[in-house]
Design a protein around this ligand. Structure first.
Ligand code: ATP
Length: 936
């Protein structure tokens, strides 16, 4: 294949020849494998990943690290080598942990991206299969339908009303009509190449088949790929707020540090030397004071900034997203994790989301007679009964024609597959699949019928029209079955199937056993009665009709084809509710979440299902799309709280429903699967697409994709969202109160004229290691057991709300008091003892009290509301590991001799331990008491 091949200037057959492919068979698996090795994966190269050095650079240029490096340099310059080395070692360790955390989080996100990768329907070895789009190779035959993203560059071989939106490539926002048959001049510009389709453009209408001519970076979009980055790396609102908080604390601490430093200098007696003898003399006498004050200032800066916060948030979000994937919810945009936690309404489709989407036709109505159809699943075995008596379909020509029509106006394929239960597998829309199965039960199979009635054109299904039409050449059939096609002058027939009321509106005649008769109002009523009877049993009902045509319009439109129809019959299919949905709806309600069913199906069907699964409350209303249309926006907002089911809706109604709910301050999750659902998904706070049955277009518009199409997964994602948010709150609270207490300790000690009880190295050690581990464990909490028994959090509430501020204040006071008391006891109790060093003892006691009280407090921080004893003290194993790790670290720095000078510690004896043990309990007790009080 030459590089500059102008595929649009070739005929389809020529292109097939050049690429050695076959339109009906596709490539063989073997050839495809070989080509994959030659051409590589069909993917666009992403921006090169951030390198190790870049990450290191980012870590080392952080605000706090820079301060530390300066501190280390000064220590070294003053000859305090040990301190300099320890500070640098902690900096390096911190950078290493940061880099590992970051790349782990990124790996997790990349893995999620991969899972969201699109798939393509291709012909291989003569079979239609689904492969990941990245495995496409030149020569593959790809099947396209509305809602797909074009997976590679294609020379079209077939097009049925195909319209493609190419804005991403040409900037043209209106969909372009495609015609496979055309051959164009070599010079045709990209926007004019109507016989080709290009990677990453969107199919907005119709169907087609295309030959892959270019993949990956060889595609047109590949040529401009450097300009594109499909996945935006977004920060969540919470991350942004915490970033801001971190900066604010940084600046505030800098100011306080500066103040402490200056005040210290001025208050020192040597300051007068500066005024009298000048700078040089001053430095000579005040060198030690300056260094000491500088170190205190550095200590304050370190104490103020919650170093681990940002990294732990990222890790927590990434792990939370992974947990959501385990529960079948794939998050496409990080901020959705947080929004999920504050959702108040779930608007859910019915078919497939609340029901199993395993349709089986169980009823039919034709020529005034009702039939029952037996059998289960996709196995084409079952009987037809009328009045409980088995009948032969051949003796009931209108029933037969009803089944034929359902089989012809159909894109689903029933394939024999020994590996599945029942021996058959369905490819395509389950609604259509059920019609194929019903027809097969009477001995009518797709193969024979597509030969007998070749399809020459079609108007695809869309959820606004709620019907679908195929146009067939009926000449051959008329020869074989003259009784069924007595229309001498018509060579074609349009077969229509769709929502009964809408199809019936377009009918003028009706088939009876006696032949064609004009449709009277009484007959219309009878048909709608039969429809209502089936719908009230929760059946989805489709009507079938046809129209003889003398010729096939060049571009058939619904307006000129779907009218003057001949009504044939009704088919009623059962789609059982998912059993697990019932408890999930109840759980959602308990969590203050409303569920609203928004379905394209008939009101009576929706109502029956709604009652069965508990979405429709006794006092709740069912509103149809038509009624909705007659309501003003204000009226809808007024009444929406009483409406549980919207039936017969079109996709644009979904947008109105979202807007009405949002106007009432709801946070809305809305599901959707079709091309036309994209606007509603974008407008919703959380757009939810279906992973199995959803179109690519809806997935691209969504914030979250359900990998099992199940309503239950929405509820568990919301639960997970709440858990993640509350966990983030827990460690934010934990870390910030630790930092505040550290500042207060140093600050008050300085004011009291005491030497600083905590050294720079201790503070670093505490913030980066000892506090970091339990904070991470808080991020891994399983969530309060009653998390789904509470109302959703108000979406506008800041993370650091009043409760948290109160908690931080109480903790700051409690920890500061405990630590300063320990210090004071240490100074006074052992001052008189011979051979003791009261300052070192006091400093060690203060340090140990601080570390242990925080570790103990981490346990109470595991729930903001529930008492620890109720939560179960040991129910988070990570906490045991984290606290165990930190205690070992503490014992090491207190008892290992060579570390003692570095950490400014001495080994404590039993007497000293008994003095501090009660103090250690103060902060935790204060926290537990606060929980009790705030619950009252
Ligand atoms: P939900 O929105 O809850 O998933 P739905 O699947 O019924 O419900 P749509 O797919 O928009 O929603 O279908 C709307 C209506 O169109 C259906 O109730 C049915 O009457 C009709 N319909 C569905 N599928 C087809 C089809 N393949 N061909 C013709 N008509 C169809």
């Amino acid at each position: 294949m030459s590089e500059a091949q102008k595929w649009h200037a070739l005929q389809g057959v020529e292109a097939l020849r050049v690429l050695e492919s076959d339109k009906d068979q596709g490539l063989t698996t073997e050839v495809a494998q070989g080509r994959l090795e030659t051409y590589g994966y069909n993917e666009l190269k992403e921006r090169p990943p951030i390198s190790f050095w870049q990450r290191l650079w980012e870590q080392l240029t952080g605000f706090i690290v820079l301060i530390l490096i300066v501190a280390a340099i000064i220590s070294a310059a003053l000859g305090d080598w040990i301190e300099a080395i320890v500070i640098m070692a902690i900096v390096v360790l911190n950078a290493a942990v940061g880099i590992i955390q970051e790349s782990k989080a990124e790996e997790a996100l990349a893995a999620l991206k991969k899972m969201a990768a699109p798939e393509a329907h291709v012909l291989r070895d003569g079979h239609r299969i689904v492969v990941p789009s990245r495995e496409l190779v030149p020569g593959d035959i790809v099947l396209l339908e509305a809602g797909n993203v074009v997976p590679a560059d294609l020379r079209l071989l077939e097009s049925m009303n195909l319209k493609i939106e190419e804005a991403s490539l040409t900037g043209e926002s209106l969909p372009v009509n495609k015609h496979a048959e055309e051959t164009l001049s070599e010079e045709a510009s990209l926007g004019d190449r109507r016989n080709s389709a290009y990677m990453s453009t969107l199919i907005s209408y119709g169907r087609g088949t295309g030959l892959v001519v270019a993949t990956g970076m060889q595609t047109e979009i590949g040529n401009i790929a450097e300009m594109l980055q499909s996945f935006e790396e977004e920060q969540t609102p919470l991350q942004r707020k915490l970033d801001q908080l971190g900066k604010m604390l940084g600046i505030a601490s800098l100011i306080i540090c500066g103040l402490v430093f200056l005040v210290g200098l001025v208050r020192d007696p040597s300051f007068s030397v500066l005024l009298t003898d000048g700078l040089a003399a001053y430095f000579a006498v005040a060198k030690d004071t300056i260094v000491e004050l500088f170190m205190i200032a550095v200590g304050l800066a370190i104490a103020a900034v919650p170093e681990g916060l940002a990294a732990i948030v990222t890790v927590c979000l990434a792990l939370g997203m992974r947990e959501m994937v385990n529960r079948h919810a794939l998050i496409r945009r990080l901020p959705a994790v947080e929004t999920l936690g504050s959702a108040t309404v779930i608007c859910s489709d019915k078919t497939g989301t609340l029901t199993q989407n395993e349709m089986t036709v169980v009823r039919a109505w034709a020529a005034g007679r009702e039939y029952e159809i037996t059998g289960k699943g996709y196995e084409p075995k079952g009987n037809f009964l009328s009045d409980k008596v088995e009948v032969n379909v051949e003796d009931h020509p209108v029933l037969a024609q009803t089944l034929w029509a359902g089989l012809l106006c159909n894109d689903a394929v029933l394939e024999k597959d020994e590996r599945v239960v029942g021996g058959y597998r369905m490819v395509g829309d389950p609604t259509e699949g059920s019609l194929v199965v019903a027809a097969a039960k009477a001995g009518y199979w797709t193969d024979r019928f597509t030969q007998l009635f070749p399809r020459v054109s079609e108007i695809p299904f869309d959820s606004d029209r709620k019907r679908m039409t195929t146009i067939h050449d009926v000449q051959k059939a008329a020869e074989v079955h003259p009784d069924l096609y007595p229309t001498n002058e018509a060579y074609y027939a349009a077969v229509v199937k769709g929502a009964p009321d809408l199809v019936l509106d377009q009918c003028a005649m009706m088939r009876t056993e006696a032949g064609l008769v004009p449709l009277t109002p009484a007959q219309r009523e009878e048909i709608m009665g039969a429809n209502a009877a089936m719908a009230s049993q929760a059946l989805r009902v489709l009507a079938v009709a046809y129209r003889p045509l003398a010729s096939v319009p060049e571009e058939p439109t619904p307006e000129d084809v779907e009218r003057d129809l001949v009504f044939v019959g009704l088919l009623g299919m059962i789609d059982p509710a998912r059993q697990e949905v019932v408890p999930a709806v109840r759980k959602a309600r308990g969590a203050g979440l409303r569920t609203i069913m928004v379905t394209g199906d008939y009101a009576a069907t929706a109502e029956a299902i709604g009652r069965e699964i508990g979405i429709l409350r006794p006092e709740g209303r069912v509103i149809s799309g038509q009624t909705l249309e007659e309501m003003s926006d204000e009226q809808l907002q007024e009444e929406i709280s009483s409406i549980d089911v919207f039936a017969r809706v079109a996709p644009n109604h979904k947008v109105r429903i979202v807007e009405a709910l949002r106007a009432r301050d709801h946070v809305v999750a809305m599901t959707g699967d079709g091309v036309n659902d994209a606007p509603a998904l974008k407008r919703a706070d959380i757009g939810v697409a279906m992973g199995i049955t959803g179109t690519d277009v809806s997935k691209q518009a969504a914030d979250m994709v359900l990998t099992d199409d199940n309503y239950v997964s929405i509820v568990s994602a919301i639960e997970q969202g709440r858990i993640i948010y509350s966990n983030i709150r827990k460690f934010v609270y934990f870390l910030i109160s630790c930092n505040m207490a550290e500042i207060a300790i140093i600050f008050i000690a300085t004011l009291l004229g005491w030497p600083s009880p905590l050294t720079v190295i201790q503070l670093l050690w505490l913030n980066l290691l000892s506090d970091g581990a339990p904070a991470l464990a808080l991020g891994l909490e399983k969530g309060d057991p009653d998390i789904m028994e509470r109302a959703p959090r108000p979406p506008k509430e800041p993370v650091i709300n009043r409760d948290m501020i109160a908690g931080v204040v109480v903790q700051t006071v409690a920890i500061t008091a405990a630590v300063l008391l320990a210090y004071w006891r240490g100074m006074t109790a052992f001052a008189a003892q011979a051979g003791s060093d009261p300052t070192r003892t006091a400093e060690t006691m203060a340090f140990v009290t601080l570390v242990l009280s925080e570790l103990l407090r981490a346990y109470t921080a595991r729930s903001e509301r529930l008492p620890l004893l109720k939560l179960g003290v040991f129910s988070n194993k990570w906490m045991q590991y984290a606290v165990g790790f930190s205690i070992v670290l503490l014992l090491v720095v207190v008892y290992v001799p060579f570390l003692q000078p570095i950490f400014n510690t001495i080994p404590l004896n039993l007497e000293e331990w008994t003095l501090i043990l009660p103090l250690i309990l103060i902060p935790s007790l204060a926290a537990e008491m606060q929980k009790v009080l705030s619950r009252k």
